[in-house]
Design a protein around this ligand. Structure first.
Ligand code: PLP
Length: 407
């Protein structure tokens, strides 16, 4: 076996990514030297405060929003919780209806379940075979009691890009026809750094993101809160983050997120082209070399001409490819690929240990395909030569499993 064949191939970048050396370096600096409390009034405090300020500017730049519109959180999950519970509290005197979809991340679905217990009415719009809601259903679901629309930007299992700019237009139209506000939150955890984002142009009020999906640290995240939206905190205490998220700032994680966000938008097209090449190669070769496969993600990926994603034509983030291999079990394939040091997932990291994928159920994928699924997710660390090795290993793993089950 050559040395090359001993190198691990990590294709689970939607679960988490390898922190970049620049991120590790800045975090190490903050742990070992610049460890002051950003609220302290001495020089070490000011230095730490400066790191937090730089990070806020970097995240704001990546989203084309104001630094004052960004708060740091302990990750995507906390940002989503604050957006949902905060929006529900803002709106509770006006109405109780929250519109979302069954294909959202558990951070959304579990928050909604809790809000339903508290008396909110959660409307789950049905989704098509790619996990996309119908805009007509959305328009029909908005009534005077609607206080929040919550729809994700990129589905973490399928990679499908939601029609976010059109949702924003529908929300704006509804707002113009009523006296009070209606908020729009989007979970952009799988979109940040993967497709260009324009929250302001898309009438988004609240947007959640996470550091560890973009080569930043785990336990780092941010919430965009549009100026003028008085979102209440989830965590109370010393009044950090302008009173919107108390607790001593996790300055190493925040600085790491800042470094990971730096230049994210500037380099996005280069990264997109790289992911697209890898995904196209892998998808075409899986389809050509392995019988009875089903591509669950939209085959078409987002391209530069799709800034306004085309209604009726589902497109995927080039960072994710979801495939079912008929007659196989996803977990068995995963274990078999692991023997060749190839790391993939059967779905999202959150659903993989539970009862199977709620997303694949929501899109109506038959059970035998749901159990036979692998998700491949890419980063700039991956290369085409790796994809060749993945196709070869997959061919062997699928054939071995089908032979056992005499398919
Ligand atoms: N939303 C989506 C779409 C995700 O994929 C994830 C992570 O897998 C999250 C939210 C949660 O983010 P975090 O792991 O930072 O809490």
């Amino acid at each position: 076996m050559s040395i090359y064949h001993d190198q691990p191939i990590y294709l689970d970048n939607s679960a988490t990514t390898r922190p970049s050396p620049e991120v590790v370096a800045v975090m190490r600096h903050l742990f070992e030297e610049n460890y002051g409390n950003p609220s302290s009034l001495h020089a070490m405090g000011f230095q730490a405060e400066r790191e937090v300020k730089n990070a806020r500017q970097a995240v704001a730049r990546a989203l084309s929003v104001l630094p004052a519109e960004i708060i740091f959180t302990s990750g995507g999950t906390e940002a989503i919780n604050q957006a949902l519970f905060g929006a529900a509290r803002i709106g509770r005197k006006r109405g109780r209806r929250i519109i979302t979809s069954p294909a959202e991340h558990p951070a959304v679905l579990e928050s909604c379940r809790r809000l339903a217990d508290e008396g909110y009415e959660i409307v789950y719009l049905p989704v098509d075979p790619y996990g996309v809601i119908s805009l007509r259903d959305l328009e029909a679901a908005i009534d005077d009691s609607t206080i929040l629309i919550n729809l994700m930007m990129v589905n973490n299992e399928l990679g499908t890009i939601g029609p976010i700019s059109q949702v924003g237009r529908i929300k704006q139209k509804a707002v113009s026809q009523r006296a009070d506000d209606l908020l729009f939150h989007s979970d952009a955890v799988q979109a940040f750094g993967k497709i260009p984002l324009e929250p302001k142009a898309w009438s988004i009020d609240l947007l959640s993101l996470s550091g560890h999906k973009i080569h930043g640290p785990k336990g780092s995240g941010a919430l965009f809160i549009k100026r003028g939206v008085a979102l209440p905190p989830l965590i109370y205490g010393g009044g950090q983050e302008a009173g919107r998220r108390s607790g001593t700032e996790n300055s190493p994680a925040i600085a790491g997120l800042g470094i990971a966000s730096d230049d994210l938008q500037e380099k996005i097209y280069k990264r997109l082209r790289h992911f697209s090449r890898l995904r196209q190669y892998l998808m075409e070769n899986i389809k050509n070399e392995i019988a009875d496969v089903r591509i669950n993600s939209p085959e078409q990926v987002w391209s530069e001409s799709d800034i306004e994603s085309r209604p009726g034509l589902p497109v995927a983030s080039p960072a994710i490819l979801n495939v079912s291999f008929a007659g196989c079990r996803g977990e068995v394939l995963l274990r078999s690929l692991e023997q060749s040091k190839i790391y993939v997932s059967t779905g999202s990291a959150c659903s993989s240990r539970q009862t199977g994928s709620h997303v694949l159920k929501a899109i109506g994928l038959p059970r035998e395909f749901r159990q036979a699924t692998l998700r491949f997710s890419f980063s700039e660390d991956n290369c085409l030569a790796e994809m060749e090795r993945v196709v070869e290993a997959l061919k062997a793993s699928v054939a071995a499993q089908r032979k056992l089950t005499k398919r």
